[in-house]
Design a protein. Structure first.
Length: 93
């Protein structure tokens, strides 16, 4: 899926996550995560981000995430919204 621009969703409020998706020169889905709970849940957060990005049909993207203790459902919603914004609303579900 080709990105038209960078897509951003979320806030830096407690219990939320800010996600930015941008095109990448590198292959695959590359996740950079900063999280207040990275020691406990960093691997799970990255897995949810990657799975959601794959379901949206994203390829060759950088995803920068700043997590403040969000739940999996919030992570999925923010990645999906950022993907919609980055692709101009056109991706496969």
């Amino acid at each position: 899926m080709k990105l038209e621009k960078n897509g951003v969703a979320g806030t830096l409020e407690s219990g939320d996550i800010m996600v930015e998706i941008r095109p990448s020169e590198k292959q695959g889905i590359n996740v950079e995560l900063e999280s207040t709970v990275a020691n406990l849940f960093g691997r799970q957060i990255k897995q949810v981000i990657i799975e959601t990005a794959e379901k949206c049909g994203l390829e060759n993207v950088d995803i920068i995430a700043n997590d403040k203790g969000s739940l999996d459902c919030t992570i999925r919603a923010r990645v999906t919204t950022a993907a919609l914004r980055a692709t101009g609303g056109e991706f496969k579900w």
